[in-house]
Design a binder for this molecule. Sequence first.
Ligand SMILES: *[C@@H]1O[C@H](CO)[C@@H](O)[C@H](O)[C@H]1NC(C)=O
Ligand SMILES: *[C@@H]1O[C@H](CO)[C@@H](O)[C@H](O)[C@H]1NC(C)=O
Ligand SMILES: *[C@@H]1O[C@H](CO)[C@@H](O)[C@H](O)[C@H]1NC(C)=O
Ligand SMILES: *[C@@H]1O[C@H](CO)[C@@H](O)[C@H](O)[C@H]1NC(C)=O
Ligand SMILES: *[C@@H]1O[C@H](CO)[C@@H](O)[C@H](O)[C@H]1NC(C)=O
Ligand SMILES: *[C@@H]1O[C@H](CO)[C@@H](O)[C@H](O)[C@H]1NC(C)=O
Ligand SMILES: *[C@@H]1O[C@H](CO)[C@@H](O)[C@H](O)[C@H]1NC(C)=O
Ligand SMILES: *[C@@H]1O[C@H](CO)[C@@H](O)[C@H](O)[C@H]1NC(C)=O
Ligand SMILES: *[C@@H]1O[C@H](CO)[C@@H](O)[C@H](O)[C@H]1NC(C)=O
Length: 462
Amino acid sequence: MMATLFALLVLSCSLFSQTLAIAPRVHQGCTAVGFHVYCYGGYQSATHGGFTNISSDHISADLSSIDTTSATPTFDNWTTLDTSNLVGVRALFSITALDDTRYMIAGGRLLNATMDTPAVLYDTSNNTWSALSTPPFYTYGGIIMSSDASTTWAYGGKLNGTQQTAPSNTLKLDLTSLPGTWTPHAGGVGNPGKGRYGHAAIFQDELIFYFGGFYPPPSPGNASIPVTMMNISFYNTVSDQWGLIYSGGDQPRTRRHHTATLISSSKVLIYGGTGSDMIQALPLLDYCYIYDMVTHNYTLIDPGKGNFDGPLMGHSVVQYKHYVYIMFGYNSGGYLSNDVHVLDVMNASNPTWASGSSPSPSEPDRTNKGAIIGGVIGGVVFVAIIAGALIYWRRKKRTSPTTRNDFDIDQPQPPPAFTAPTFLGKSPDTYAMGDAVPVYQSRKPDDSSSPAVPTIKPSAAE
Ligand SMILES: *[C@@H]1O[C@H](CO)[C@@H](O)[C@H](O)[C@H]1NC(C)=O
Ligand SMILES: *[C@@H]1O[C@H](CO)[C@@H](O)[C@H](O)[C@H]1NC(C)=O
Ligand SMILES: *[C@@H]1O[C@H](CO)[C@@H](O)[C@H](O)[C@H]1NC(C)=O
Ligand SMILES: *[C@@H]1O[C@H](CO)[C@@H](O)[C@H](O)[C@H]1NC(C)=O
Ligand SMILES: *[C@@H]1O[C@H](CO)[C@@H](O)[C@H](O)[C@H]1NC(C)=O
Ligand SMILES: *[C@@H]1O[C@H](CO)[C@@H](O)[C@H](O)[C@H]1NC(C)=O
Ligand SMILES: *[C@@H]1O[C@H](CO)[C@@H](O)[C@H](O)[C@H]1NC(C)=O
Ligand SMILES: *[C@@H]1O[C@H](CO)[C@@H](O)[C@H](O)[C@H]1NC(C)=O
Ligand SMILES: *[C@@H]1O[C@H](CO)[C@@H](O)[C@H](O)[C@H]1NC(C)=O
């Protein structure tokens, strides 16, 4: 009943704004391979405080054909690829491109089912899926990153079908000869001592930097602990060491299901996310930051008013040339989104929505109010909208107006030499949590736990 109502409302709202080219979704995975973006899976319905209707949609679009000068540079030219394959229905998995023709998917969330092929490779040159070796464990809400065409690194997330966060071990996958070989890396010096989930990551110069997410509860039944965005953990894929960067500048709220994108040699775009550990949680309103890898400072960005309300969580981001495509996700009106929004990051210090209409940052906050009014008319997720309005009102009192630091444009300059952050050395007490450096468990992590919740309660933590 509620699901039907919701679907009808989404449909009616969508008809007013734009064509219903592709189903709205959240917690899908997208990656850019060559000139194309490939997206897989996700949840396509939201109901009773949860997300449902896990999909096996495998879609692709040509990034080079998008008219970024249009006032609404969204695209509706998705091509549906196979609908039945080794991956099956899946959400909250990790995805990474390997080279200009291949990408891989690992882990993810299924309701109630065992994942036969946790890790799968897709070759876009002949549209063929192939199963990769089964990892020692797999997770949902984790990250996988490739460092080159034949090496990937998986970290964090919750163990398949459970609420248990994976140990703080990196899983290396060597794809030199298929189906690949997984090796656990305990990560010696400076290991955070506990895994995390819902984090975002970038890869730069042999290091993987992890932004935010949540640590598991200190003991069963306690709440998970958000990881401060100001302390950025990094893992050296060559030396197998961990470190921590203390950062300055504007302080982003803690978050999960945000994205991190390296948009120039030294700038990282942090986009979206939610501060809550609930499943169907509204996105944060401080949704856009630039993190400087050299000065280690955050700057809160107002990319201007595009044709939509900016906050999202569970969205996907791919980069093509100097455009960043922000796709799908759960928005501040309480809707799943099928939109693709384009940020022009030519000036990596100052991203703006790529559109014919020039952004006007001083303009009153029109789109946010529009979203709230539209939401009330729609009558959807009524409580959520009130909460969103409250948060918005409180936030507005606290953080406006947006302040910006002045950075020089760094796109046309030669890349600066990478300044390696200081390693923690032998001071594990720098970590407040104080956990001992874990030893990799040769035993598989809790396989015996009962599988995922069959129905999602409104208050259920993910
Ligand atoms: C699942 O999503 C698809 C695509 O949006 C939709 O057609 C279908 O009705 C949904 N099913 C349920 C049970 O919500
Ligand atoms: C949509 O994509 C198809 C296949 O890639 C292509 O042939 C067609 O020209 C595209 N249409 C538009 C309007 O871009
Ligand atoms: C999940 O598994 C339980 C027990 O096997 C079953 O009763 C329930 O119908 C399943 N739910 C779904 C969505 O498959
Ligand atoms: C979890 O992963 C293990 C190892 O891959 C597998 O044996 C088990 O069936 C999985 N459990 C679920 C619920 O998917
Ligand atoms: C697809 O292409 C890849 C790379 O060229 C090749 O290794 C693989 O065997 C091909 N698969 C099929 C089914 O042709
Ligand atoms: C953990 O949970 C217990 C019992 O639910 C509670 O008494 C305790 O205060 C909690 N600790 C923290 C740090 O939240
Ligand atoms: C970084 O942020 C701190 C704290 O806001 C500030 O004092 C410092 O000047 C900033 N540094 C740069 C290079 O922007
Ligand atoms: C890039 O953006 C920054 C911050 O808004 C600005 O100070 C700088 O002048 C811009 N550079 C160019 C070349 O527009
Ligand atoms: C970063 O970590 C240090 C050491 O654990 C801690 O003292 C500090 O409070 C953290 N920073 C923030 C903003 O929480």
